[in-house]
Design a protein around this ligand. Structure first.
Ligand SMILES: Cc1ncc(COP(=O)(O)O)c(C=O)c1O
Length: 364
């Protein structure tokens, strides 16, 4: 788009388009890695009831530091990882995208290089650009693995201030073993760099969370979200786990009262109903394996996934062609810009049946 001369948009942003996947009505949505299951009625009712209490005091600003929510998030992580984090080790915001942006506002900028290994979550370089932080591109292998030794060499050669890794990785689904993350943390520490480990899909993985590295390495930050396993994408709640000094740095750059009283209340209720909200995670994992089998049966290949989506390849058409064929048959999947690959989110069993039926029809 060409911008009018009266609009003083930064020169380095003028060629960008807004980030986002197509939102199309009347099709099944297997394109944004959401959890397909609606909230159980009793959890939705508990949220409504808490919000109607909170509504009476919406004349007041919310708890600026979201202490109750951060305490509950710390408890949630401690329950999963046998750690002893408190609210001082947690920061929460409107989705983990905001967490990532806040991190770069605090620690990025023109004097701080940020290194990432692609293909990975495309919002990482976008946030780098928006915060004016020079991005250095590292690569994954042909099979999309993160080769730890070459990653360490890249860290040593480029001396970044921030290093992004994603595990399980989006859009490829594969994970980085904890032993490799430890080596990366060591290597980043030698350069006085933060290692930002994006664990948006951690609950779908069998690998331990990297939060256990934080007591060993002050430079490790783990970012997570309630959008996926908690089926809470619409509420917009993300958080990070890190040393208290880093959390304090977040307080410097966050906007005052950034997390509304309604969001905080809803997220607290969701955490109180963790088991009910995550009840379908195992089903999604077994559905993932069923979809893998269907893709293999159609003569395609998948990247081993520890997340709620699959990257697949081996089709004769271009990615754009096959994407369109799925859409024409009512199934919206994601063309992630990797030639010869497409990504499908694991949906409900019925949605997956529909995806597999279309696949069979197209492959026939
Ligand atoms: C790797 C990764 N990180 C972060 C996010 C952002 O999640 P949210 O802002 O919904 O918390 C996503 C969303 O798809 C993701 O794939």
């Amino acid at each position: 788009m060409s911008w009018p001369s009266w609009l003083p948009l930064r020169a380095d942003l003028q060629n960008l388009s807004p980030y986002g996947a197509p939102q199309i009505d009347g099709v099944i949505h297997l394109n944004t890695n959401e959890n397909p299951f609606p909230l159980p009625t009793e959890v939705a009712a508990a949220i409504t009831s808490r919000i109607s209490e909170v509504a009476k005091s919406l004349n007041r600003y919310p708890d600026r530091d979201a202490m109750a929510l951060r305490t509950k998030l710390a408890r949630y992580i401690n329950g999963l990882s046998h750690t002893s984090f408190t609210c001082d080790d947690i920061w929460a915001a409107n989705g983990s995208n905001e967490i990532l942006q806040t991190l770069l506002l605090a620690c990025g900028g023109s004097a701080s290089l940020v290194l990432g290994f692609t293909p990975s979550y495309s919002v990482h370089p976008l946030i780098a650009q928006i915060t004016g932080t020079p991005w250095i591109q590292g690569n994954r292998t042909e099979d999309f693995e993160l080769d730890v030794e070459s990653a360490i060499t890249k860290i040593r050669e480029t001396s970044p201030k921030l290093v992004f890794v994603t595990t399980p990785n989006n859009p490829t689904g594969n994970l980085i073993p904890l032993s490799h993350l430890r080596k990366l943390a060591e290597s980043a520490a030698a350069e006085s760099a933060l290692l930002i480990i994006d664990e948006a899909y951690q609950e779908f993985s069998t690998e331990d969370s990297a939060v256990t590295l934080i007591s060993e390495f002050a430079n490790v930050v783990v970012t997570r979200t309630m959008s996926k396993a908690f089926a809470f994408a619409g509420a917009r709640v993300g958080y990070l786990i890190a040393r208290p000094e880093l959390v304090h740095a977040m307080l410097i750059v966050r906007l005052p009262y950034h997390l509304s009283a309604i969001t905080q209340a809803a997220a607290e209720v969701a955490l109180e109903h963790q088991e009910q909200l995550q009840a379908e995670v195992q089903l999604l994992i077994s559905e993932r394996e069923r979809v893998v089998a269907g893709l293999l049966k159609a003569g395609l290949r998948t990247i081993p996934s520890s997340a709620n989506f699959l990257l697949f390849t081996g089709f004769p058409q271009s990615s754009a062609d096959l994407w369109q064929r799925f859409l024409d048959r009512g199934v919206l999947i994601r063309d992630v810009g990797l030639a010869g690959y497409l990504r499908v989110t694991i949906g409900s069993p019925e949605e997956n049946d529909q995806f597999l039926a279309v696949l069979e029809e197209i492959a026939a």
